[in-house]
Design a protein around this ligand. Structure first.
Ligand code: CA
Length: 226
């Protein structure tokens, strides 16, 4: 995945680049609107666009990028007013994130945008993940089991989402701790077991999340159709 990052604040850019590269994105960084437009035809998979740029208005850059290609654009900005938000989306941005934001939040938006754009069965319900009787809405943070809402803490929600993003895939204990808690988790992994137990209890069916002994956990994939 090739990402064009348009951001004039060096410290923000550096931390974003570190995070994105950790997620195996290949990042090209420019600090100006002019720089962004010069890269517009380079075939990126995604553009992260700051609106407050030193040379051009970010909204003009957004419009020009959209005219040049249909690359997904996520606008990142401190200008978090309703007007900018609406204008940005009208100019063709796919999503909008007000600063300050957490990296995990950005990553969730990136995944949602790429999923929405990608050739996948998720296209109609881009923010909805399903696994057997479980459905979660990543935008509203709602989780349901067989249509009944389940009240989860934010960590439980993140944990559930990570497990069902890829139904049946084994998620290692370390992978879960890095993804849901922090990339450098040195604390006791008992935290994970406590959250798994609580999540199983709230889901009402402990077998929906399987323990893979000595490795980690996985969400039980849907039963094959008869
Ligand atoms: Ca800026």
């Amino acid at each position: 995945m090739r990402v064009l990052l348009v951001e004039d604040d060096e410290s923000i850019a550096e931390s974003l680049i570190a995070g994105l590269e950790r997620e195996r994105f290949v990042v090209t960084w420019v600090t100006t609107g002019g720089g962004a437009l010069a890269e517009a035809h380079e075939g990126f998979d995604l553009v992260l666009l700051d609106l407050g740029l030193p040379d051009l208005d970010g909204l003009d850059v957004c419009r020009a990028l959209r005219q040049a290609s249909d690359v997904p654009i996520i606008v990142l900005t401190a200008r978090d007013t309703e007007t900018d938000r609406v204008v940005g989306l009208e100019l063709g941005a796919d999503d909008y994130l007000g600063k300050p934001f957490g990296f995990r939040e950005l990553l969730a938006r990136i995944r949602a945008v790429l999923r929405r754009r990608g050739p996948s069965e998720h296209r109609e319900h881009p923010d909805r993940l399903e696994c057997g009787p479980i459905a979660v809405d990543v935008r509203t943070h709602e989780a349901r089991v067989e249509g009944t809402a389940v009240d989860l803490t934010p960590k439980e929600f993140d944990l559930l989402r990570y497990l069902i993003e890829d139904p049946g895939a084994i998620r290692t204990r370390q992978g879960i701790l890095e993804e849901v808690w922090d990339r450098n988790w040195f604390g006791p992994t008992k935290t994970l077991d406590v959250h798994i137990a609580s999540l199983r209890r709230k889901l009402g069916d402990p077998t929906l999340i399987e323990t893979v002994r000595g490795v980690g956990f996985r969400a039980r994939p849907s039963e094959p159709l008869p």
